[in-house]
Design a protein around this ligand. Structure first.
Ligand code: BGC
Length: 390
């Protein structure tokens, strides 16, 4: 196993304290039909063939990442408990499917749409469509841009995710000239920019002072002396280091980078990986390169498989974005809307067309040293589901 210099530092990031409203009790339910899980490409608890209307529609980006399945499972549980009628649909990486999912839900009379977009800008048309039908729209996790039809957002502080990742690499580096490999999320996802922005805000001074040397992005090297990048500069870097949020893209990019790198560009390396799925794919590639003597690699989402990787020392850290908090916050907001109550938010973000009221949630850095407290003691996962724990 490779040496991984994880420090006993618990980074409790962020920050904006959230007035967190748990969903209690029930709201009026328009449908009492029995639960019918796992219809076609999603979940519903109402009989979709019946004329009965659904209160809450949820659209998630893909079933192909454990992250979104976890959200789906949790949504079903709390919406059932709260007594809402709902349907959850997946867009499977397609903005066209996403739009038709929204049309389907609107045709079923939803009052609230909770949507995590496939493409955070292209989704504007679907958001407008819902708005025009009188539906209140809550952006979920990803920051929807360029539309004034969006009503609210619930999500995490994405900049702090990137800061946590970058800071972890810094805290585990000594000396100068440490090889740094950068990877990012999809260009179609505004969050990918925000994660990178956060990471760059702490990494850039450490690149400028020689602690790290970028090995896989000419575009990043070009601007390595600039702390605050323009959108265009960031887009050029992301264009080069994007994984498209796809494990296979991440894997083949990492392979290509290590094939073209000299042995001198390897040794003890540092890898900014944007999320867990891509981190595992990239880590597996770095782990088998004979010239890589050790690697420190970041992640995000605290997916089960990555918690096992962290325990095994194959992934150095992940960022916990507690889906319990996120789904609770989204459902609390939906409940406030359905009950004509004041919608509780704690911040806002500028999406280019309006300032969107947002309920922003904190994140936690999970390492081998904090996994017990944040993941097991908090009940996020059962320790018995993992191996290698004393
Ligand atoms: C989410 C991450 C997720 C990624 C890929 C981002 O927008 O914030 O949690 O890993 O998309 O799905």
């Amino acid at each position: 196993m490779r040496k991984s210099k994880m420090k006993n530092i618990v980074t409790v990031l962020l920050v904006v304290v959230t007035l967190f409203v748990n969903v209690v009790g029930c709201t009026k339910s328009t449908d009492t039909t029995e639960s019918k899980p796992n219809v076609e490409n999603g979940t519903t608890n109402s009989d979709t063939k019946a004329k009965d209307s659904i209160q809450v529609g949820i659209v998630l980006p893909t079933k192909d990442e454990p992250r979104w399945i976890q959200d789906q499972t949790r949504f079903s549980a709390i919406l059932d408990e709260a007594g809402f009628t709902y349907q959850i649909l997946f867009s499977q990486g397609s903005s066209a499917t996403e739009k038709s999912n929204v049309e389907t839900l609107v045709s079923k009379g939803i009052k609230v749409l909770i949507i995590c977009p496939q493409d955070t800008s292209a989704v504007g048309a679907a958001v407008q469509l819902a708005k025009d039908a009188g539906v209140k729209v809550i952006g979920y996790d990803r920051l929807i841009t360029g539309t004034d039809a969006l009503d609210y957002n619930v999500g995490f502080n994405s900049e702090s995710v990137g800061v946590a990742q970058g800071q972890y690499l810094i805290d585990n580096a000594t000396g100068t000239g440490n090889p740094l490999y950068l990877y990012a999320g999809a260009l179609s996802d505004e969050n990918a920019f925000v994660f990178f922005k956060g990471a760059w805000s702490v990494l850039q001074p450490k690149i400028a002072d020689g602690t790290f040397v970028i090995k896989n992005s000419e575009e990043a090297k070009k601007v390595q002396d600039i702390l605050e990048l323009t959108r265009e500069q960031m887009a050029s870097i992301l264009g080069q280091i994007t994984t498209d949020w796809d494990f296979n893209v991440a894997k083949s990019k990492a392979e290509a980078h290590l094939t073209s790198a000299r042995a001198a560009d390897k040794g003890g390396v540092y890898v900014l990986a944007p999320n867990d799925g891509t981190a595992r794919a990239i880590a597996d590639v770095f782990a088998i390169d004979k010239d890589v003597t050790s690697y420190v690699i970041t992640g995000q989402d605290a997916e089960k498989a990555s918690i096992q990787y962290v325990i095994d020392g194959k992934q150095s850290m992940t960022v916990l974005k507690d889906t319990r908090m996120l789904t609770d916050a989204a459902v609390a907001m939906a409940k406030q809307i359905l009950n004509n109550e004041k919608v509780v938010v704690n911040s806002e973000y500028d999406n280019g067309a309006k300032k969107v009221p947002m309920n922003q949630l904190p994140v936690l850095s999970v390492t081998k040293d904090t996994v017990k407290e944040y993941i097991f003691d908090s009940g996020y996962y059962e320790a018995s589901e993992f191996t290698g724990l004393q």
